[in-house]
Design a protein around this ligand. Structure first.
Ligand code: ARG
Length: 582
């Protein structure tokens, strides 16, 4: 049950090996031990270790203030460790710790030898579902879906790097009332659809618009469409076949986009959960949670006047019954410990409260009442909503073309690539590189710039789309980071030294290395706060702090290599392809 599992995640680092986990976790273990020795009767005090905010050390422990009354007069023991050069106390009880240069150098050396894998943070979950992208069949794939695809992929990458098994779920909307209309339109306009198949329909969005127009203007067609939904939901063979033909076209379109973005997703669409709905609702009914209300079946939520409808008056299931069942499936069948929904804030649909926020709030209340989720949100399993604001144009509205359509983000990617290519050609790269190289590098920089712009801001506020800003080679942009990385690569190359050989040497490195070893905790923080900008800021800081002196000394060259390796891993986690020359 969840309570047993939740206990496993109690606030202790005791289950980590001494040299495992982030620097913060390793230090926490040391502090945990000394807190236990000093206060043996207070097993619940968790160490609070942070990166040092002042200049008195590298890390600090902030527990002293809270437990001062208990510690007073006692002798504090601090286990000797090669991780600690010196410690001091400042302010009202901050214990500052300085890490020895030697330990830092050794830590980096070990990473260079074994690779970035060893800097993966350890999270307390082993399996997660990330529900992202999730477009609707035949309807438009808009900027919101595209951002969900990009952001969801990055969250999945971060978790995967942290050794979490991630089920990348595409919750495709393939089971709505729109299908009655689409299928009837298919029958009417393309009587030969069974032979002509997908070719008959061509552009699905135009098809959707045309069928919707007819639905709204032609009452006979409307009535037919409504019957069509009933037939489809009842499992009529012909309707099912037409339904899957339509779905297949969308699927191919989505797939092209995912391929282009380098995003992998596993579709478990709304229709997948259909067979499970009756069982799940029966379970909820047996627990006394489902009630009859105005001929519909509903679940009342504490302090909310309007209940959640799970079976409509006509007996049909709806969006909520599907999503509740998906949540049940993910928790009980897939045994996910963390479920993440990545959707836009939906502000345009509802003024007061976002559509998803409201729905998710309802589902989670139900899941808690049913005992699927613990009531305490600090415990696992848990469900989180990663919400983001969408890209806006100059007028602060969602980006639209002048025809009133929402701009397709793929056009934005194309635009960025085209501009990058022009810039590279301008700088004479067309003569210097092969045509393939030019193409690949322009794409890596262009796509990377768009993605990075999505991620570096607070994703909730959204941002203004501006090519000039995102393609600027100065400031916190992907282009600037690509430059920094390419510069380092060229220093290493020009040195003529064999880095692989150098890595084997035992060189004392310099104090500037401090930032590198924070990588794991930056990734951990990014995962736990679900804020990719934490990682972006870190990479930007790293590239800014890294002032390249003369790379003659071996240690300098290794420092270059370490920086490049950390940057590449960072890029990879942000779904950006690094370039070695620019
Ligand atoms: N298909 C929905 C939309 O396009 C997004 C689905 C999000 N995921 C979910 N489990 N409800 O708006």
């Amino acid at each position: 049950t969840y309570t047993n599992r939740a206990k496993m995640y109690a606030l202790s680092y005791a289950h980590f090996e001494d040299d495992e986990g982030t620097v913060k976790q390793q230090l926490s273990k040391l502090f945990e031990t000394s807190l236990k020795i000093t206060l043996p009767d207070e097993p619940t005090i968790a160490p609070v270790v942070k990166i040092c905010s002042g200049k008195f050390g590298d890390y600090q422990c902030n527990n002293a203030m809270d437990c001062w009354a208990k510690v007073k007069g006692k002798n504090t023991e601090f286990k000797a460790s090669e991780m600690i050069e010196s410690s001091s106390v400042t302010g009202p009880g901050f214990v500052n710790v300085t890490l020895p240069n030697k330990w830092i150098a050794k830590t980096i050396q070990k990473m260079l030898e074994k690779g970035m894998r060893i800097w993966a943070p350890k999270l307390r979950v082993s399996r997660a579902v990330v529900d992202f992208s999730s477009p609707n069949i035949a309807k438009e794939l808009h900027v919101g879906h595209l951002m969900s695809t990009i952001i969801g992929d990055i969250i999945a990458r971060l978790l995967e790097y942290s050794n979490v098994e991630v089920l990348r779920r595409n919750h495709v909307g393939d089971w709505g009332t729109q299908f009655g209309m689409l299928i009837e339109y298919l029958f009417e306009m393309f009587p030969d659809w069974e032979n002509a198949g997908e070719q008959a329909i061509g552009d699905l969005q135009a098809f959707y618009k045309a069928s919707k127009l007819k639905f709204e203007s032609d009452p006979v067609f409307k009535a037919k469409s409504q019957q069509g939904v009933v037939l489809l939901q009842g499992g009529d063979k012909k309707y099912l076949k037409a339904w899957s033909t339509i779905c297949e076209i969308s699927r191919q379109e989505f797939h092209q986009l995912y391929e282009r973005l380098g995003v992998s997703l596993m579709e478990k669409s709304e229709s997948f959960y259909k067979p499970y709905i009756p069982k799940v609702l029966e379970g909820l009914s047996n627990q006394g949670l489902v009630e009859e209300n105005d001929e519909a079946r509903v679940i009342f939520i504490e302090a909310e006047e309007i209940p959640l409808i799970v079976v409509k008056r006509d007996g049909a299931y709806n969006y909520a019954s599907t999503d509740l069942t998906a949540l049940w499936y993910r928790l009980n069948e897939e045994k996910a410990e963390w479920i993440l929904y990545v959707t836009d804030d939906g502000q345009e649909k509802h003024f007061k409260m976002s559509f998803y926020l409201l729905l998710l709030f309802f589902w989670l209340q139900v899941a808690k009442r049913a005992g699927w989720l613990p009531a305490d949100e600090n415990l696992y399993p848990k469900a989180s909503h990663l919400m983001f604001g969408v890209v806006r144009g100059d007028d602060k509205k969602r980006l639209r073309t002048r025809f009133g359509d929402v701009i397709r983000l793929v056009d934005l990617l194309d635009g960025a690539k085209t501009r990058c290519k022009a810039e590279l050609v301008n700088r004479g790269k067309a003569e210097e590189w092969t045509a393939d190289e030019l193409e690949q590098i322009a794409e890596a920089i262009g796509y990377g710039a768009v993605k990075y712009m999505d991620l570096k801001a607070n994703i909730l506020t959204g941002y203004k789309f501006d090519f000039d800003l995102m393609l600027n080679d100065k400031g916190n942009t992907a282009v600037c980071l690509q430059y920094a990385h390419a510069r380092i690569c060229s220093i290493i190359e020009r040195s003529g030294q064999d880095i692989e050989e150098l890595k084997k040497l035992d060189e004392e490195e310099e104090r500037t290395l401090g930032l590198h070893i924070q990588f794991a905790e930056v990734v951990e923080e990014t995962c736990l706060t679900l804020r990719p900008n934490v990682l972006c800021d870190y990479l930007y800081n790293l590239s800014e702090h890294f002032v390249i002196g003369s790379p003659k000394q071996t240690s300098r060259l290794l420092l270059c290599e370490a920086t490049a390796v950390v940057m590449r891993q960072g890029f990879h986690l942000l779904g950006i392809v690094p370039v070695n020359k620019i």
